[in-house]
Design a protein around this ligand. Structure first.
Ligand SMILES: [Zn+2]
Length: 463
């Protein structure tokens, strides 16, 4: 955390003018107990420079000091180089860094890609150049480039400082990011800087940090999970906070990587799940524009389904898991088949659980037959039990092509799934559960992206 004296010194380092004094005094009144409990600061100033009168001035200090520190991982930098900081530029960034030139250029490329993704997501191009300092070894940096209050915090984390003016609806905010070269911190801090300069805000802490972590991990045209294994292990094996707890407005940045992991998980899920992604984008932009609606009220009408799907995502979290391909279909109508009128459904090989439209009754016998062709990874076969031509791969060589996986959404107040089971084409089976049948290609959850093809089902009840 940063204390009032450090804030004052920090601000003086950047903007050593009378205006800064006014802001610092206001900042000090908002800081208590020697720690920064309210990193978003607002104040009014009487006069700026020359003839310009400023109606409102805002300063925000975004602290990500502990967000991704103390973690295992590789350094992005050649830490033994001990180079002096130099300036590198790209289309949207000016970066000062002590990284070797090749690493610096590679990082700039990553930052440009990240910026293209996030600005495309929010539908708002970056308003101005983003200034950032990426630090491998703080000892090589002069004080004028790396102010003393920042130094302790760029070892394993980062800090973004924004300053600007707003006159009515007009806004001009500039941000400077300071980041360790490790753990993707430069990308994380650059998201903060982009949000400040584009919207004047980063939104509440959970959204600011969750989306900044998205910037760290986002891969263009790939919605699969791309976080390090230790984050996945933590999220899968820890007691889960509720969504209300994750999105509580009573949070401050820099409160530890575990909280950052939960924020990332929720934001990643919401950005990529097609049931919620559009509304989440609109809601997020409203947060960036200063609205304070809680997450719970924004998604109240979808709360039951959202909590189920978020829990399902965490249950199956692994590298490559794709929320977009595993979005639940809540619109299909499930029915009870008649013996003389089978139900029809289609199952895609590249999706998660899909409605088979069968409402099962315990003890009732059913028969499912299917036909169609699909590709799973590198194999191709007919996913039925009919004889194969010699030039078709044997289904024995590609287990899973002969069968589908099934599960039942159990009837009841709570959305709950049965244990998965196997469904074979042309074989009768008795319903064990009361509920709605879902089927999927029996492929691993991280392999759906490489699959293609469709199975057409006929489901009938047997006497
Ligand atoms: Zn942050």
């Amino acid at each position: 955390m940063i204390n009032p004296a450090q804030v004052k010194q920090l601000l003086r380092s950047f903007w050593g003018c009378g205006r800064t004094e006014i802001l610092v005094n206001t900042a000090r009144t908002l800081l208590s107990g020697g720690t920064c409990t309210a990193p978003v600061l607002r104040c009014r100033v009487q006069r700026c420079t020359g003839l310009t009168w400023v109606v409102q001035c805002l300063i925000r200090v975004s602290l990500c000091l502990a967000g991704i520190s103390l973690l295992p991982g590789h350094a992005d930098a050649d830490e033994g180089a001990n180079l002096p900081p130099r300036e590198f530029r790209s289309k949207n960034f000016v970066m000062r860094t002590d990284l070797p030139e090749r690493d610096a250029q590679q990082l700039l490329d990553k930052m440009e890609t990240m910026l293209r993704i996030v600005s495309g997501y929010w539908g708002a191009p970056s308003r101005k150049t983003i200034e950032c300092c990426v630090v491998s070894n703080a000892d090589t940096w002069p004080a004028e480039l790396l102010p003393a209050p920042v130094r302790p915090h760029v070892q394993n984390g980062g800090l973004t400082v924004a300053q600007g003016v707003r006159i009515g609806r007009q806004m001009n905010v500039s941000a400077v990011s300071y980041a360790s070269s490790r753990f993707g911190t430069p990308q994380h801090e650059a998201v903060h800087a982009y949000c400040y300069q584009t919207f004047g805000s980063t939104g509440p802490t959970w959204y600011a940090e969750g989306m900044a972590e998205m910037g760290n991990y986002w891969v263009e045209n790939n919605s699969g999970v791309n976080t390090p294994d230790y984050v996945i292990d933590f999220l899968r094996n820890s007691d889960r906070p509720s969504i209300d707890e994750i999105t509580s407005l009573d949070q401050a940045s820099g409160d530890g990587w575990r909280n950052y992991a939960w924020r990332w998980a929720l934001c990643h899920f919401m950005v990529n799940n097609s049931n919620y992604s559009d509304r989440f984008r609109t809601y997020g932009i409203s947060l960036l524009n200063g609205k304070r609606q809680t997450f719970g009220s924004a998604f109240d009408s979808q709360r039951k389904e959202l909590e189920f799907e978020f829990g399902f995502f965490l249950d199956h979290l692994q590298s490559g898991f794709d929320c977009r391909r595993c979005s639940w279909d809540w619109k299909s109508r499930f029915r009870t088949p008649r013996t003389d009128r089978p139900l029809s459904a289609t199952i895609k090989a590249d999706r998660g659980w899909q409605p088979a439209v069968l409402r099962m009754v315990p003890g009732q016998k059913y028969r499912i037959e299917w036909d169609g062709t699909w590709n799973t990874n590198s194999t191709q076969s007919r996913p039925d039990s009919s004889p194969k031509s010699p030039d078709q791969p044997s289904t024995e060589e590609s287990p899973g092509q002969q069968l589908l996986k099934g599960c039942v959404m159990l009837q009841g107040q709570k959305l709950q799934l049965s244990e998965p089971f196997e469904v074979h084409s042309g074989k009768s089976f008795a319903g064990e559960f009361a509920g709605d049948l879902y089927l999927r290609c029996p492929d691993s959850w991280d392999s759906l992206e490489g699959n293609s093809g469709t199975v057409r089902l006929q489901i009938s009840a047997e006497n």
